[in-house]
Design a protein around this ligand. Structure first.
Ligand SMILES: [Zn+2]
Ligand SMILES: [Zn+2]
Length: 385
């Protein structure tokens, strides 16, 4: 039994000067009386005082009694999105907040839930019930922003993150896609907000597959290493991460292997987030080398020296990186060409390893014969953490 007598004189004072709806009236006293339902408490106070419902509430201008309209709008906007949790953000007209403050200070009311918090709570409760989902403050699948000022509802689904690998068994497909020329990848009507408008690369094919499958707007891909247009990517394939922007689906069953024409996606998995740290990896590679001068088998033996010391790589920034290569094998193909197989740390620029541009030692320096890498292929890529 709520001890309504404790607040009845305050309530009488307030109602004498201002019309309030049951929600706002109840809210002013709910925390003091330890009551959860503002609306019920307001009605109870009103019944006790034998006051009729007012036409318009001084504080909220009847927003509280029109929340179902907002909830329908939210429902309509989100019905084709998959989510099990949500969060509501509310933007109110400043005048409502001002009137709320005015009542509190005028009648010296303390420890009262804000009207914003009340709207949030009410909508959360009712929308959750309607959609069988729940409010999550930490990590909601979807965030609604209800702007009462502009009468707008905005919806922002949490991105879906994926990890996977791809293999490419045909030459002539570039790894990366040029962004849409008009928006430079941000998304515009020309590219239908995908950020890219052509799909003839590994990136284009994976991105289109993912945003169609998940009903997303964009798929942003992070690569573990890079390759040439002419490179093959074999073995278990190259690992990548993808962030899907505005996904409609978030819990799909994914096949172990998905063929997208010339490339195959493997081991695609939904993950919590993309790891923030640098991912180290080693690649098993084959390079085809042309030499300027004739090469003898006995000279090729010198290639083993590359395993014995770190390879220094000088970047444009002036930074020097050191990487290692190992497990070298080679095969002479003609008087001016050979193949070399090796395991190389991620970050070894393979073409420069051949010609020696800002890389020492290089195939050219070790063989004392200018070398050029015509094609390089990946036989496997192993993440080493
Ligand atoms: Zn009200
Ligand atoms: Zn565009």
């Amino acid at each position: 039994m709520v001890k309504i007598n404790a607040i009845i004189s305050d309530a009488t004072e307030i109602l004498k000067e201002h019309n309030l709806c049951n929600n706002c009236l109840g809210r002013l006293f709910a925390s003091k009386l330890g009551v959860l339902s503002h609306q019920k408490l307001g009605k109870k106070i009103r019944d006790t005082l034998r006051k009729n419902n007012p036409k318009s509430c001084f504080i909220c201008k009847n927003i509280m009694s029109k929340l179902d309209t907002q909830i329908s709008k939210m429902h309509e906007m989100s019905h084709d999105f998959e989510f099990s949790s949500f969060l509501v953000g509310v933007i109110l007209q400043p005048s409502i907040l001002d009137r709320d403050d005015l009542i509190r200070s005028k009648f010296k009311l303390q420890g009262i839930n804000s009207i914003k918090g009340d709207i949030n709570r009410e909508i959360g409760k009712r929308f959750g019930r309607k959609t069988k989902t729940s409010v999550d403050f930490q990590n909601p699948d979807i965030v609604f922003t209800l702007d009462f000022k502009k009468e707008e509802c905005e919806i922002k689904p949490k991105p879906v993150f994926l990890s996977g690998r791809y293999t490419k068994s045909i030459r002539g497909i570039p790894q990366k896609q040029k962004p849409c020329q008009r928006c430079r990848g941000k998304g515009c009507y020309v590219c239908e907000f995908h950020g890219i408008s052509e799909f003839d690369s590994v990136e284009g094919k994976i991105a289109r597959f993912l945003y169609e499958k998940f009903g997303a707007l964009q798929a942003k891909i992070t690569w573990i290493g890079s390759e040439d247009e002419t490179s093959l990517v074999l073995g278990r394939g190259r690992p990548f991460f993808a962030k899907l922007v505005n996904p409609r689906k978030r819990t799909l069953r994914l096949d172990k292997k998905m063929e997208l024409g010339e490339i195959v996606i493997r081991d695609l998995k939904i993950i919590e987030k993309i790891p923030p740290n640098v991912i180290r990896f080693r690649s098993k590679v084959a390079m085809q080398i042309q030499t300027q001068n004739e090469i003898k088998s006995s000279q090729l033996r010198n290639l083993y020296k590359l395993e014995k010391q770190p390879i220094a790589i000088y970047e444009n920034s002036g930074k020097k990186n050191e990487r290692n290569i190992s497990d070298i094998r080679y095969k002479k193909k003609s008087n001016n060409s050979f193949s070399i197989f090796m395991k190389a740390d991620g970050g070894v620029p393979l073409k420069r390893l051949a010609d020696g541009v800002e890389v020492t030692p290089s195939l050219s320096s070790i063989l004392e014969n200018p070398c050029k890498c015509t094609v390089f292929d990946f036989y496997d890529i192993v993440v080493t953490k």
